[in-house]
Design a protein around this ligand. Structure first.
Ligand SMILES: Nc1ncnc2c1ncn2[C@@H]1O[C@H](COP(=O)(O)OP(=O)(O)OP(=O)(O)O)[C@@H](O)[C@H]1O
Ligand SMILES: [Mg+2]
Length: 425
């Protein structure tokens, strides 16, 4: 295989011989891609992967002997470094979800056009270079999840990086992929705009929970969180900035912790600030999705945040660095970002200014009505990666939570960033 070392090695797995031929022909003229094997069922696909260690597998979902989901799980466990692109027909949405949870990085609706096929292969190949995968099968997920929901904060140390849009889309994607109970919380207490992005108008907000921290039971939380058509429940920000300012970090912590009893995933949008309330959200989070755009001021601020993370008690695994509005034309590669910031890039979300603005103005997240858009897929992949990272590693998550809980006891929550850092030295 030495002659293929500089190419993206692909295995095609589909039980229909004609489909295998069509896909192989479609890739034939791509100079950077080589098909190293073809499998007619999942079992053969796993065997060929062990033999050839391909970079990418194009995996049909419905196959005899071992289906695409089972084969994806086996490859995740046995052939580290191989990325799976799952292929299915439109009607197999439920399978698609399970495949993403099993560790597939992308999905294609059959029959994919050649451009889309090639783009997806190159895309997941790039992800392979930068993001070690954390796989977990749906079975593991069910068996290993604790009763406590997981908090995912979406944060950026540079405003306008896309936190609100990504948080909203991620919450819906988590619901679509896992079908678990998902909440979306507007943690931008002063200028929150999650309601606008989700097109929700309601008079119940986080104030109704923060003011009753001793009564936070299922019923109250059910009353105050607003149901969205996606089946995500949304906890809105206060209607005016004064009420937002009145919520204390301790109240916020109690509210977020109580949501863990009612939801499996709690996605929290945050504001760009190092104030005590934002730090409280970051403290309680099991994962912080740190968004960065490819602009020097954003890169500088993210580097600074990554340097602060250690002193703040956030271990490396807690941070998931994500490039948003990524565009290869900008000439900055994920690898050079990684060496500059000294943190791995977990995922990338493409740039789609027009579609994002349209979806913002319509109040419908991209993953709902443009699921097949590359940016929607990037966000689906990020949601799957996050779910996989949080669910199989219960022990790991517990360690992370313990580490991050330490500096945030009630007495420490009101000192601001510099107070916190000074106390730690
Ligand atoms: N992947 C993307 N591609 C193109 N545009 C994007 C993308 N993600 C976000 N945007 C755009 O970036 C702008 C800022 O997005 P958003 O409001 O979500 O960012 P934010 O980090 O929440 O900002 P703020 O600091 O104001 O809270 C919006 O116009 C949005 O449409
Ligand atoms: Mg925002």
């Amino acid at each position: 295989m030495a002659e293929h070392d500089d190419k993206i090695k692909v295995i095609i797995a589909d039980d229909v011989a004609e489909t295998r031929e069509i896909l192989e022909k479609a890739l034939y003229f791509e100079k950077d891609i080589v098909v190293v094997g073809k499998a007619a069922n999942g079992r053969e696909a796993v065997q060929l992967c062990k033999q050839h260690q391909p970079d990418v597998v194009l995996m049909d979902i419905n196959m005899p002997e071992l289906d695409g989901i089972g084969a994806t799980e086996a490859i995740m466990a046995q052939v580290p470094g191989t990325q799976v692109i799952i292929m299915s027909v439109q009607s197999e949405q439920e399978y698609l979800r399970r495949a993403m949870l099993a560790g597939a990085r992308e999905y294609l609706i059959k029959p994919p056009d050649t451009d889309e096929l090639v783009r997806s292969i190159r895309h997941v190949y790039k992800l392979r270079a930068s993001a070690p995968r954390l796989a977990g099968s749906p079975a593991e997920t069910a068996a290993q999840r604790s009763d406590q929901g997981k908090i995912v904060a979406v944060f950026s140390p540079k405003g306008g990086s896309g936190c609100t849009v990504v948080a909203a889309n991620m919450a819906v994607a988590l619901k679509q992929i896992t079908n678990k109970r998902v909440a979306l919380v507007d943690g931008n207490l002063v200028f929150g705009d999650v309601g606008v992005v989700m097109n929700i108008v309601a008079n119940k907000t986080i104030i109704d929970l923060a003011s009753r921290v001793n009564d936070l039971d299922a019923q109250l939380i059910g009353d105050v969180t607003v149901p969205h058509a996606s089946q995500v429940r949304v906890l809105l920000a206060p209607p005016d900035s004064q009420s937002g300012e009145a919520i204390t970090p301790d109240q916020l912590r109690t509210v977020l912790d109580s949501l863990r009893n009612q939801f499996d995933y709690i996605v929290v949008d945050t504001q760009t600030a190092y104030d005590d309330r934002t730090l409280t959200i970051l403290d309680v989070a099991d994962r912080i999705v740190v968004l960065m755009t490819l602009e020097l001021p954003a890169i500088k601020n993210v580097k600074q945040f990554c340097e602060l993370a250690g002193p703040l008690g956030y271990n490396d695994d807690k941070l998931m660095l994500v490039l948003n509005k990524a565009d290869s034309r900008l000439g900055i590669r994920a690898e050079s970002i990684e060496s500059q910031i000294r943190h791995k890039v977990s995922a990338q979300i493409g740039n789609a200014a027009y579609e994002m603005t349209l979806s913002l103005n319509q109040g419908v997240p991209l993953v709902i009505d443009r699921r097949n858009h590359p940016v929607a897929r990037d966000i689906m992949a990020l949601a799957a990666l996050t779910a996989n990272a949080l669910n199989p590693g219960q022990a790991e998550a517990a360690v992370g939570a313990a580490a991050s809980a330490a500096p945030t006891a009630a007495s420490e929550t009101n000192k601001g960033l510099f107070g916190r850092l000074l106390t730690k030295r």
